[in-house]
Design a protein around this ligand. Structure first.
Ligand code: 5GP
Ligand code: SF4
Ligand code: MG
Length: 452
């Protein structure tokens, strides 16, 4: 999980990058940055926090001149949250400037690391992203294009990438198309973004998705497309469950439409026969909850209000304030919940801590009953492809049965969407998706847990 952007040949490249990162903020709130190129030199500005914090001072944008820029929002990565791991990375080698922004996670890097170090590579970060640069710079192929194909062709895992190499912009997507990556055009300039909601913000026109296994090189000769590897579609289905914004189109379909369908199918598979109201846990389950209510007798109500201004820094309360973190974010509307049979629709349960605290809060509003419906199957297995799913031990559905989770949450009933229902909602062939965190059907074998 991360958001990326690339702007090629526009007078306001860094400002447009900033706006796109702002639209992609949901994909990562930990850190962000932009690298620009003015035809001669690269410039970089990055920092910890939301994009509006990193670029709070107007002067930061003035320090990013040029008609080409790339940007990155960081979620939390493989490799730790140290400052040296904030992207985009900028390297100088052989008198040229190379920068990179990566969404995804590379796997099985141990042997590659040894090989690279044996031939003199010095790693500057603990991030998997840096491997692409070293593989490129150490490639023995002749041309620039071949070196790039060589680098991307020798890594496994998930990558949606935008890069700059002096005057060139390079865009690549892994052969599975695990993470989204779209191309748009604005005033004749190319724009590359994780999700189409960023194109909408800057008024760019959507052109197409980068194909799984495709490498694009854009320079004064125009845009050229190459094949890194033959397409083997395995889109991350969790993008539809939670990551992507409902106003985006990813993998060829509107997120809103599919997420709503998750809710509708859930209502048919696991109805609540006598529910009075359906509420969401804003904002992540709004769309699924609306879908659920459209297929049930109970009506959709707003029972939880979210405070959107929860920043990263706040004063920790004393021990006396229980469930403080969830109270900072949510409060109940008592009139909606009191005396009612309430159906809470949430998008997913990972650790189970959020819902546990929310249920305690909702009970204070004296509902008659609480039924939980989850618009995705139980998350039982860790993700290797860039999603911060914890170890099996921390995944509540890996450790507890359905009944045990219901008891733990202390609610009247708990049900999840089935894997079949999840896939049916997409109306796409089952084999086009990765569902490993639900099914354990990993695409590639991960050879060992790696620490780089
Ligand atoms: P948990 O069960 O871990 O307490 O919280 C799960 C909730 O967090 C889900 O309802 C979903 O909205 C959101 N969520 C799902 N996946 C992730 C994730 O990878 N990271 C974060 N920060 N939230 C997630
Ligand atoms: Fe997405 Fe789950 Fe596959 Fe990870 S394991 S890529 S979160 S579907
Ligand atoms: Mg949620």
């Amino acid at each position: 999980m991360c958001g990326i952007v690339g702007i090629y040949d526009h007078e306001e490249a860094s400002t447009l990058s900033y706006l796109c990162l702002y639209a992609l903020q949901h994909r990562g709130q930990e850190a962000g940055g932009i690298v620009s190129w003015d035809g001669d030199k690269s410039f970089v500005e990055k920092g910890v926090g939301l994009i509006s914090d990193v670029f709070a001072d107007k002067d930061t944008m003035n320090r990013l001149p040029g008609k080409m820029a790339i940007g990155h929002n960081r979620y939390s990565t493989h490799g730790g949250s140290g400052k040296q791991n904030i992207q985009p990375f900028l390297f100088n080698f052989q008198n040229s400037s190379v920068s990179i922004a990566h969404n995804g996670n590379l796997i099985n890097l141990k042997n590659t690391k040894k090989m690279l170090e044996d031939i003199g590579a010095i790693f500057q970060t603990t991030s998997d992203t840096e491997f692409i640069i070293h593989l490129f710079s150490h490639s023995e192929k002749d041309s620039f294009e071949e070196k790039m194909l060589d680098a991307f062709g020798s890594v496994q895992g998930a990558f949606s990438v935008v890069m700059m190499h002096d005057d060139k912009m390079i865009v690549a997507r892994d052969k599975h198309g695990l993470r989204p990556l779209a191309m748009g055009k604005l005033d004749g300039s190319y724009v590359f973004v994780s999700e189409t909601c960023a194109l909408d913000l800057i008024g760019a026109e959507y052109v197409r998705d980068i194909k799984p296994g495709e490498l694009l090189i854009i320079d004064q000769d125009g845009l050229r497309s190459f094949t890194i590897a033959e397409e083997d579609k395995k889109h991350c289905i969790f993008e539809y469950v939670y990551f992507s914004r409902p106003d985006s189109e990813i993998f060829g379909t509107s997120v809103d439409k599919i997420r709503r369908k998750f809710g509708k199918i859930l209502a048919l598979e696991k109805p609540v026969s006598n529910g009075d109201v359906v509420i969401s846990v804003p904002d992540s389950s709004n769309t699924a909850a609306v879908g659920f209510s459209q297929r049930s007798e109970a009506r959709f109500e707003i029972g939880l209000i979210r405070n959107h201004y929860v920043g990263r820094t706040f004063i920790y309360p004393s021990q006396a304030v229980r469930d403080f973190s969830v109270k900072l974010k949510f409060n109940t509307i008592k009139g909606v919940l009191e005396g009612r049979r309430v159906v809470i629709v949430d998008d997913s349960i990972v650790r189970g801590t959020t819902l546990k605290k929310l249920v305690r809060m909702i009970k204070k509003a004296n509902p008659e009953e609480i039924h939980i419906r989850i618009a995705s199957p139980p998350v039982k297995y860790p993700c290797y492809y860039g999603m911060d799913f914890p170890s099996e031990k921390e995944l509540i559905a890996n450790q507890k049965s359905l009944e045990e989770i219901r008891e733990h949450l202390d609610v009247d009933s708990l049900e999840y969407l089935s894997v079949d229902g999840l896939l049916e909602a997409t109306k796409m062939p089952e084999e086009n998706f990765c569902t490993a965190c639900f099914t354990k059907n990993y695409i590639e074998e991960r050879k060992e847990e790696e620490s780089l």
